[in-house]
Design a protein around this ligand. Structure first.
Ligand code: FAD
Length: 473
């Protein structure tokens, strides 16, 4: 019988160990993608589904180019696999591993069932440089602090290798039934909010191009410019990495090769790779703390007096808080499915500290709106910002959204792009538009005449809430 390759967040042909293992058997290979939006594993948000649509289109085309196909099925995973197995009578099912508790539970159950059915089953690592259980401290425990984690993790990376894409895949005599991708209606229609998502090229080719472009030039200035949202100084690989259109091993090898060839400077490349290290760290933290999507890493935050304020939350999601850097971020997110990392930190901090809204509400909004929405990275970073996470920023360090704007968007390039109603303000006032109230037209004055909360008062309120939490009042 054939081998089914069940593809998930590994939508690529190169450096794909499950696919390579299937090809190596010499048996017919059935590449399969299952869209399972039942709540057992957190369902994808709207922006992710937009991405998935294009990524599957690209993957199907690459598979067809090597004599194969992509079988598409929608429904509860177990039911889909039962049906497919009855139809295809496979000798084996293989996949690449995921690291969140819900996926691990599901996959473990499937593995046991398949073995009972007499079907071989094997899983591989496509998604991480180091799987979470491989990096431990001297006491055999997982690291909880990034710097020693990355030092130990990095030390293990001497012989990173990537396998090329197979150049042919044997097809089965009879393909199992598939579904038309269009019938899944993943692209939004009424309304189509994705009109400005055209900066993205989902798929393995688009991912490789992003990495090449980044290593060919922007990486040189990465150290100095990665915090400037007005400059395109980062790789924008995150959605490609999330969907596995490129793997971290490929990123690692390409970056190291660029340094060795003298095409890229070692220092900035090292900084860039340490960001990829944060991705690894967050996956490790989530693996070792499976409740993290719901529960604080630091349980002392369980009693935090979050406020419920629907109007403020909505103003935040719409980018109408009155703080230009925060609003620009939320509007960039809505328009493109992406937000610059520095602005993610500022916007998230504003929600949890200035508005005292539970990080879980912000995490859920990002989950729906980000094309790179990733359980480990989103939850890990939200908890990091909130102060409740592993190796988190201390709670009492409260970002001042005015000063952050002035520091990281000094001439307002980013704010002017995303908040056009402020474009004509002088640089000196662009992060404090209420000081130029008279220059604003009425629509702009409604939002920027006065911010939703004043910074000093909000700061005091947040610090008081934190002191109360620690019983110091
Ligand atoms: P680059 O600077 O080019 O970095 C290269 C790669 O390293 C990224 O593609 C990403 O895979 C990884 N990386 C960079 N920074 C981080 C980080 N802080 N944590 C983990 N990995 C990192 N990233 C996601 O991939 N998915 C999310 O859902 C997500 N949610 C976030 C929520 C908040 C509140 C914050 C503050 C950050 C979040 N991040 C998330 C991390 C980070 O903002 C993005 O990974 C980054 O902005 C992607 O841009 P880039 O690819 O140009 O990054």
């Amino acid at each position: 019988g054939p081998v089914i390759v069940w593809l998930r967040n590994d939508l690529r042909l190169a450096d794909n160990p499950a696919l390579a293992a299937a090809a190596a058997t010499g048996r017919p290979v059935i590449p399969l993608y299952i869209l399972d939006q039942t709540p057992s594993v957190r369902p994808m948000g709207a922006a992710s589904l937009w991405w998935l649509d294009k990524s599957l289109t690209a993957l199907a085309a690459s598979l067809e180019a090597i004599g194969s196909r992509l079988i598409l099925r929608r429904g509860p995973t177990r039911e889909v696999l039962e049906d497919l197995i009855a139809h295809a009578q496979p000798a084996a099912v293989v996949w690449n591993r995921l690291y969140d508790a819900a996926s691990i539970d599901r996959d473990g159950g499937l593995k046991a069932w398949l073995k009972d059915e007499g079907i071989a089953c094997e899983s591989f690592n496509a998604g991480l440089l180091n799987e979470p259980w491989t990096v431990k401290n001297g006491a055999g425990q997982p690291y909880k602090v990034f710097t020693p984690y990355w030092r130990a993790a990095r030390d293990r990376l001497h012989h990173v290798q990537v396998e090329p894409a197979p150049n042919a895949l044997p097809a089965p005599a009879r393909w199992p039934p598939t579904e038309a991708l269009e019938s899944w209606r993943l692209h939004p229609t009424k309304p189509d909010w994705s009109t400005r998502f055209d900066l993205w090229t989902p798929g393995e080719g688009g991912a490789a191009e992003r990495l090449d472009d980044f290593l060919s030039s922007p990486v040189q200035h990465y150290d100095r410019q990665r915090d400037l949202p007005g400059v395109e100084a980062t790789s924008r690989l995150s959605p490609h990495l999330h969907f596995g259109e490129i793997g971290p091993r490929q990123v690692w090898v390409a970056a190291r090769n660029a340094v060795e060839a003298g095409d890229a400077p070692a220092g900035p490349v090292e900084t860039f790779l340490s960001e990829v290290g944060w991705r690894e760290f967050n996956h490790s933290i989530l693996f070792h703390n499976p409740d993290l999507p719901k529960a604080n890493f630091r349980p002392e935050f369980d009693g935090f007096p979050w406020m419920r304020d629907d109007a403020a939350f909505e103003a935040w999601t719409r980018g109408e808080t009155g703080y230009p850097i925060v609003d620009a971020g939320l509007r960039e997110l809505w328009a493109t499915g992406f937000m610059h990392n520095r602005v993610r930190m500022i916007a998230a901090s504003f929600l949890v500290k200035h508005l005292l809204i539970d990080w879980r509400a912000g995490e859920a909004w990002f989950w729906d709106a980000l094309v790179d929405a990733d359980l480990a990275n989103n939850v890990g970073n939200w908890q990091w910002v909130a102060g409740s996470g592993a190796d988190a920023a201390p709670y009492f360090r409260i970002f001042n959204p005015i000063a952050q704007g002035q520091k990281f968007d000094p001439v307002g390039a980013y704010v002017r792009r995303w908040v056009p109603e402020l474009a004509s303000l002088p640089d000196a006032l662009i992060h404090e538009p209420w000081k130029a109230s008279a220059q604003l037209d009425p629509a702009a004055r409604r939002i920027y005449g006065e911010p939703i909360v004043g910074h000093p008062a909000a700061r005091e309120r947040a610090l008081a809430a934190y002191r109360g939490l620690k019983g110091e009042q």
